[in-house]
Write a protein that binds this ligand. Structure first.
Ligand SMILES: *Cc1c(COP(=O)(O)O)cnc(C)c1O
Length: 398
């Protein structure tokens, strides 16, 4: 999956163009920058690629989530529905705005179970945040329908699914807002960076202002710009945007290498009795950054992940016992452990997660193993790996 695997001359060339002007900031200094606008150019190209009207680049995927939630009007005491299987940025961004993360079970799509979402809606619910984990997607139509019915914002976290599509439209472009990350282990990287995409001009304008201290960006004198509302600094730098712009040119190539490698592994292990795969909603196409598979029981899946590692097959993740991606490992969240005081309301809501029943999620994530697809493997190497994998899995299952 990671774009850093094919980092090269093109990235250097774009960065050098910025270094030559010395203008590392994305705004202003018009006379000195020699018409180099990396962030602005990246935004235009990314919006086009994602088939949306607007893109706002920011400093990270976590910032992008925070900006998206803020411009959607989510704040103090509002509830945001998010999955039990995700990355910590989901609840971090919700909490940063004084809102309340409501954790909800996942199904075999590895993200939000639509029925569980509907059951979790209260009078305080404002937003549903599916997280398209490990290269594939939520049942977007079902979630769209629920959001429409209950007048909720649909915010897609597509940080791990760049390039995946649903009904031929990129994942991230279906909700009111979509969010991407370009951190160092994502499909394309700029070191640190993120993007908010939307078709809604009002939300796009708010995102543009909010991520730069509330500046309205009217005129060309920064000091004279007005502030229609309070903002923050979530800006990306020109240096980061330059790397991202180069990587964006490689996206199609990255996706096609991933697909080739993924299919080799999948064809090999699908013949093993007991191996099944993550469900992809009808009309969906993965970005092939991970091959996600299930074994019949939790014990077998854990054993398989360990056995693969022992045989030197790295990159087979067992999320159920991982501190980053599954609720099992989020002691700090469940205990509301923060560096500064949280409101009573939030603290109470977080503590509830200690006793909540997430057995439906356990039943899915406990059986899941995700095999990272690398870009640097040659076809021959993947074939070899596939053969080894089959041997290990047959051994575990017999
Ligand atoms: C990486 C990631 C993020 C956050 O992105 P950063 O750029 O690392 O802040 C958010 N959500 C998911 C699902 C991610 O994988």
């Amino acid at each position: 999956m990671p774009g850093f695997e094919i980092f090269g001359e093109l990235e250097k060339q774009h960065v050098n163009e910025v270094l030559e002007t010395g203008i590392l900031m994305r705004y202003g200094f018009d006379g000195l920058r020699n018409n180099v606008w990396k962030a602005k150019t990246f935004e235009q190209q990314f919006a086009k690629k994602m088939q949306v009207n607007h893109c706002q680049l920011v400093s990270s995927g976590t910032s992008a989530l925070t900006v998206a939630l803020a411009v959607a009007g989510i704040g103090a005491g509002d509830e945001v529905i998010m999955p039990t299987f995700t990355f910590v940025a989901s609840f971090e961004s919700i909490l940063a705005l004084g809102a309340i993360p409501v954790l909800v079970d996942v199904d075999e799509t590895l993200t939000l179970h639509p029925e569980a979402v509907e059951n979790a809606i209260t009078s305080k619910t404002k937003c549903v945040m599916p997280v398209h984990m490990c290269g594939s997607m939520a049942n977007i139509d079902a979630l769209k329908h629920i959001c429409k019915k209950h007048n909720l914002v649909l915010l897609e976290d597509a940080c791990q699914a760049l390039g995946a599509t649903y009904n031929n439209i990129p994942v991230g472009a279906h909700g009111d807002l979509g969010v991407f990350s370009f951190d160092f282990v994502k499909t394309i990287t700029c070191g640190e960076g993120g993007a908010v995409v939307t078709n809604n001009l009002d939300l796009a304008k708010k995102a543009d202002h909010y991520q730069d201290h509330g500046h309205d960006h009217i005129g060309n004198d920064r000091g004279a710009e007005r502030h229609p509302f309070l903002g923050y600094n979530f800006r990306i730098s020109e240096l980061h945007a330059a790397v991202g712009l180069a990587q964006l040119q490689r996206l199609d190539e990255i996706l096609s290498i991933q697909k080739r490698n993924y299919l080799i592994l999948r064809k090999a292990i699908q013949q093993i009795d007991g191996v099944t795969f993550r469900s992809v909603p009808e009309g969906g196409e993965e970005n092939y950054s991970f091959l996600n598979w299930f074994l019949p029981t939790q014990a077998l899946a854990e054993k398989a992940a360990q056995a693969l590692a022992k045989e030197g097959l790295d990159g087979n993740f067992y999320w159920y016992k991982n501190n980053w991606h599954y609720i099992n490992g989020w002691e700090h969240l469940k205990n509301a452990t923060a560096v500064s005081p949280l409101s009573k309301e939030i603290s109470l809501a977080l503590h509830k997660n200690k006793t909540k029943d997430f057995s439906k999620s356990d039943a899915v994530i406990g059986r899941t193993v995700s095999s990272l697809i690398k870009l640097s493997w040659t076809e021959e190497e993947v074939q070899k790996r596939a053969g080894k994998m089959v041997g290990v899995l047959e051994n575990v299952l017999n």
